[in-house]
Unconditional design. Structure first.
Length: 188
């Protein structure tokens, strides 16, 4: 693991892996059962944490099945891990590596899950805007609205700082300056 992380760093590429602190990875994905020692190591190493919370709260198998019991156990330890990392000051970044399902719904569910577990709405938003830019060392280019930055924008119906659920109702999407969705009605 150390060789892989070293090789990636040599190429100026960030590294990520599930549960690979000792390997020197730059971020931990999921971090289902982070204990105090893991959190302390993350702080010491400057390791980022991408919790992918929503994936553990959707499409559960029936409670009476082994898979259903596994699903519920994962969710029961994940929330406290997130809270432990957040309270300690671990750098948290929004994202997911879930695949095989439509992304819009689980991505929108990630924000309220973060706030239900104690993160402020503005910090949840920053975890998806400013923090990824920091993690990728692309500040000023990503996650900001500024001259010279990539024109990646969304607009929602409502103020997500007051109601984080507003982020589930995206009305406008611009990527690299091209509009992909525009459901905003013109003001008269």
């Amino acid at each position: 693991m150390k060789r892989m992380a070293g090789s990636a760093r040599w190429r100026a590429m960030p590294t990520a892996a599930s549960g690979a602190l000792d390997g020197g990875c730059d971020s931990i994905e999921h971090g289902l059962d982070l204990d105090d020692a893991a959190v302390a190591q993350m702080l010491k190493q400057g390791t980022w944490y991408c919790p992918t919370l929503a994936a553990y709260y959707m499409d559960w198998a029936p409670e009476t099945t082994a898979a259903g019991q596994r699903d519920r156990k994962r969710a029961s330890v994940h929330g406290p891990s997130f809270q432990r990392a957040m309270k300690a000051g671990v750098k948290i970044v929004f994202g997911t590596d879930i695949g095989g399902i439509p992304w819009s719904e689980p991505m929108a569910q990630e924000f309220p899950r973060m706030t239900e577990l104690g993160m402020s709405p503005i910090e949840a938003i920053r975890s998806a805007t400013l923090r990824p830019a920091e993690m990728l060392d692309r500040q000023g280019e990503l996650g900001v609205i500024a001259p010279g930055a990539l024109a990646d924008l969304i607009a929602v119906d409502g103020d997500p700082r007051a109601d984080i659920h507003a982020l589930a109702n995206v009305q406008f999407v611009m990527k690299d300056g091209s509009v992909f969705k525009n459901e905003i009605r013109s003001a008269k």
